[in-house]
Design a protein around this ligand. Structure first.
Ligand code: PMP
Length: 460
């Protein structure tokens, strides 16, 4: 089924007018924000919501626990974006709120731990398998720390990433391969005079021969990878990819960092636990501390021993002990740790993940039914509690497949169309995420809006 491109543009114009009419107060706030914010809002990427400005969420609205939001124009939404995973615990969980208030009323940050740390450390090992953990204030920071440690213990300098990846603002990962297989900066990002040719290696995901060639050079300190790619369209590993990745990294003395900041949505122990991966370092961030900026990274016994050799555990009486070169004053503060305990023990539990995955299946099935009803050459992917719609008939194997299947106008229209019908999806891709507070009724709202979308785009 061929879509009429002019019709898509016409529909977009209608939706844009509708958005303007229903988001006037947000527009005024955004315009006022230009006075004091470099790009209009507290973070530069907030300008990237379709419609031209973001909906400002009302401070007075109280929708209870779940994924409902109300903006200052009175529009209500079901939130499947969930802060691009940061809100996967659901908004306003009473126990999370209670943990925040309880610890904040004692002290949020002190440079001293509180007694919840012991439980959290043990729980991280139970879930993800690695014994030694460190807290940071973001997943970016956690990735940077792992890279630093990997370089320190291997004495090598390169970091290998997969084309189309995103691991936060990690300089080494700002590269991708273009159509000719040449390395270039991703999304036109400024090179910052960073010596990418010297410090980064990049290959296509699922390309085992290219991975092997890059690792056999012997100058790669670590591979930094999501277990399946989530930031460039969802790309699943082909059968045998993870075995090859682990075998080749071991054979070449390269450390493997698995970044589960998004794929934690796979379930209780992330993709790693479900698929029996054996990373040297493990990173997870975003959702684990109830919206307080936080991430953790874990190291295996053997990697930890290499770290202690390079950076010995000296007693505090040795005043000139070496600085680790990573950290963050607020990292692992009592507020973070206590809220993390509540999120891990009461919210992102095995039982709740089961419910989230079931709802994701419900959402994916609704999308599949609509696609089939209209004979559309589209595709839906589900990994755990995460679902993505791709405007191509088949699952992509790598970044070029994703590029080939892209349809910018249709993408933008889908986002705006859903937004205008009270359904929020991640602004940078077509991804939808469930939380323990998401309900079947929320999913039905998506079903209805998506079915309407499919009917309208195929009407002419
Ligand atoms: N790793 C992955 C896989 C991510 O998707 C992201 C952010 N989208 C990050 C790391 C960085 O997270 P943060 O912005 O919280 O540092």
């Amino acid at each position: 089924m061929e879509l009429n491109t002019q019709h898509i543009k016409d529909l977009y114009a209608i939706e844009q007018t509708r958005f303007e009419q229903t988001h006037q107060k947000s527009k005024a706030k955004w315009e006022a924000g230009r006075k004091n914010f470099l790009y209009g809002g507290p973070s530069h990427w907030m300008r990237r919501w379709v419609g031209g400005w973001p909906a400002y969420i009302s401070k007075d609205s109280d929708n209870g626990y779940g994924v409902k939001l109300t903006d200052i124009d009175g529009n209500t939404y079901v939130d499947f974006c969930l802060g691009d995973s940061g809100g996967m615990y659901g908004h306003g969980h009473p126990k999370v709120v209670e943990a925040m208030v309880r610890q904040a009323s004692i002290a949020s940050t002190m440079m001293l731990p509180n007694e919840d740390a012991e439980w959290v450390g043990a729980e991280l090992e139970r879930r993800f398998g690695l014994p030694y953990w460190t807290f940071t204030t973001s997943a970016t920071d956690a990735n940077r720390a792992c890279i630093r440690l990997a370089r320190m213990v291997t004495g090598r300098k390169k970091v290998l990433v997969f084309s189309g990846c995103y691991h936060g603002t990690v300089e080494e990962a700002h590269v991708e391969l273009n159509e000719n297989g040449d390395v270039q900066m991703r999304n036109g990002i400024y090179h910052n005079d960073f010596p990418h040719a010297e410090l980064s290696a990049v290959v296509e995901f699922n390309d085992i021969p290219a991975l092997e060639a890059a690792l056999r050079t012997g100058d790669v300190a670590c591979v930094l990878a999501e277990p399946m790619m989530t930031n460039f369209g969802m790309i699943e590993p082909i059968t045998g990819f993870h075995d090859a990745l682990r075998q080749l990294t071991r054979e070449t003395g390269t450390l493997l960092i698995i970044d589960e900041t998004h794929t934690f949505s796979n379930g209780y122990g992330g993709y790693t636990a479900e698929h029996g991966l054996e990373p040297d370092f493990f990173v997870v961030g975003k959702s684990i501390a109830g919206g307080i900026p936080a991430a953790v990274f874990g190291a295996t016994q053997s990697v930890a021993e290499r770290i202690w050799q390079a950076l010995p555990k000296v007693p505090p009486t040795v005043r000139q002990s070496a600085h680790a070169g990573f950290g963050g004053t607020l990292a692992g503060n009592a507020l973070t740790v206590s809220v993390m305990k509540t999120v891990l023990s009461e919210v992102l539990t095995k039982e709740n993940f089961a419910q989230m995955v079931a709802l994701a299946s419900e959402l994916a099935q609704g999308v599949k039914d609509t696609i089939a009803a209209h004979g559309l050459p589209w595709h839906v992917m589900q990994v755990g509690a995460r679902v993505e719609i791709l405007f191509s008939p088949d699952a992509p194997r790598n970044a070029p497949d994703v590029r080939a299947g892209r349809n910018g106008d249709l993408d933008t229209l889908l986002h705006l169309y859903l937004l205008n019908r009270g359904v929020l999806i991640t602004p940078f891709h077509n991804m939808m995420l469930m939380s323990p507070g998401t309900t079947s009724e929320d999913v039905k709202k998506h079903h209805t809006a998506f079915a309407q979308f499919a009917a309208e785009v195929t009407a002419k």
